[in-house]
Design a binder for this molecule. Structure first.
Ligand code: EPZ
Length: 419
């Protein structure tokens, strides 16, 4: 499978309609939260992506009963073990979402640190600071996170940065802690609200989710529930970018357009109309990109997970722009691959300056190094003249269901081959 690759011939318009799969970054914490009770928990709208597969393996490894029935994943019985194989945790970042659930459910956590990530160091200081404030002993020893606490107690926690994962871990800890917790400067992403809805369905008392101050009243126990993730806003944003870039008329269903406001604004131009309703985002594009600068930041501002896709489109724009990345410290790795296609990009400290030139972009062989960077390379290949080969599609498979089938259904000349 190492030689698996996606082959793309650029230049096709995109036309038709797609429904996006369930949100990866909502489903993963919901699956983690499921071990906070021994009762049956069902998580609906789970996408077929490798990060979810890995999370199912991790929950099973920890002793939970896990069964997948199409897009529903059922978890029951809670966990019987408190640490997992290093090899498994190394393959997925999302093992960190088990930190809060495990210590809350068992009072004990021993988790190998996740694999190195191409977009930044991904420290855990905000997670551990919050756990310590709630009475846990929490340390990183070598490449293992070890935490223990007889019972967590509610605390007032001011987060130095609105970390999504730390907010989610602390929500899961606070739900079963003794007393009340306040999270100040917490993350406001839609995935936070999805987790709060899931925890409330289990009996948690959470208020203020979606704002910068969340209050959580600890309860004695949580019970089984049925919960669901909405559509994946980043997968939807990726389709918006592709339609704006390639030209055509594309309708995207299954996503809450309000969660994409800054992304839609970034792609609207004199060449591209985007209409958003409660049920559909419709992109009608002439296949040309206006030069535009953006700065990534925590929700509700422009999402870092759309940064590579946006830069890929700007390589074909009618001018110059800058894209500043304020969330991760090393998220322009894919730019070198775009330059191999002919892009004019100069990368400084957390900023990329792009000089758009559609005629300079030619298909060639490129390699994905991370999930969204790989998606960006595919977008560029769908527009560039000639044929491209995108290696390491396994990175893209972490966050997109059958990326090539999704875009082939809209008319892109894209297929996966492995020999
Ligand atoms: C989540 O990662 C998402 N992953 C990421 O999506 C997303 O890019 C990110 O949030 C920001 O929106 C999942 O939900 C599975 P953070 P997370 O903690 O929780 C620093 C994708 O493409 N930080 O909000 O790891 C951190 O290094 C992935 O789907 C600390 O310094 O992100 C980063 O620079 C990529 N100390 C910044 O905060 C900490 O203790 C944001 O990280 C925690 C984080």
């Amino acid at each position: 499978m190492d030689n698996e690759r996606i082959v793309i011939k650029g230049g096709n318009r995109l036309d038709g309609s797609v429904s996006v799969h369930g949100a990866k970054n909502a489903v993963l914490p919901l699956l983690a939260a499921a071990i906070l009770t021994k009762d049956d928990v069902a998580v609906e709208n789970c996408p077929y992506i490798s990060d979810v597969d890995a999370m199912v393996c991790l929950l099973s490894e920890l002793g939970a009963n896990v069964a997948r029935e199409d897009r529903r994943i059922c978890v029951s019985g809670g966990v019987t073990r408190t640490h997992a194989r290093e090899s498994l945790c190394k393959t997925m970042r999302s093992s960190m979402f088990m930190l809060g659930a495990l210590i809350s459910a068992t009072g004990e956590v021993e988790l190998p640190l996740p694999g190195g990530c191409d977009i930044g160091a991904r420290p855990l200081d905000i997670h551990l600071d919050g756990l310590r404030k709630m009475g846990a002993v929490a340390d990183i020893e070598g490449n293992v996170v070890r935490c223990s606490a007889a019972r967590l107690r509610g605390a007032d926690i001011v987060m130095r940065y609105p970390s999504v994962g730390a907010t989610e871990n602390l929500m899961m800890c606070a739900s079963l802690a003794e007393g009340d917790t306040t999270l100040v400067n917490c993350a406001r992403e839609p995935e936070i609200v999805a987790l709060a809805c899931g925890l409330r369905a289990m009996g948690a008392k959470i208020y203020g989710d979606g704002t910068s101050v969340m209050r959580i009243e600890g309860v004695q126990r949580l019970h089984g529930a049925r919960m669901s993730a909405g559509g994946d806003r980043i997968a939807a944003g990726t389709v918006v970018a592709a339609a704006a870039l390639c030209g055509g008329d594309v309708a995207i269903y299954g996503v809450n357009a309000g969660e994409l406001h800054t992304v839609l604004q970034a792609f609207r131009s004199r060449y591209c109309d985007i209409d958003a309703s409660d049920v559909c985002v419709r992109v009608r594009s002439q296949g040309r990109i206006s030069a535009r600068s953006v700065i990534t930041a925590p929700y509700p501002l422009f999402p870092t997970d759309m940064q590579p896709q946006f830069v890929a489109c700007q390589c074909f724009s009618d001018g110059a722009c800058t894209v500043r990345e304020t969330v991760f410290e090393n998220r322009f790795g894919y730019a070198e691959e775009l330059k191999r296609m002919g892009a004019s990009i100069s990368v400084g400290k957390n900023v990329a300056a792009v000089a758009g030139d559609p005629s300079a972009m030619k298909g060639t062989a490129v390699a994905a190094q991370d999930l969204r960077g790989g998606a960006g390379l595919c977008l560029a290949a769908m527009k560039a003249e000639g044929e491209s080969v995108v290696y390491n599609p396994r990175y893209i498979d972490r966050g997109y269901e059958s990326f090539e089938k999704l875009f082939a259904s809209l008319g892109a000349n894209i297929r996966r081959i492995s020999d």
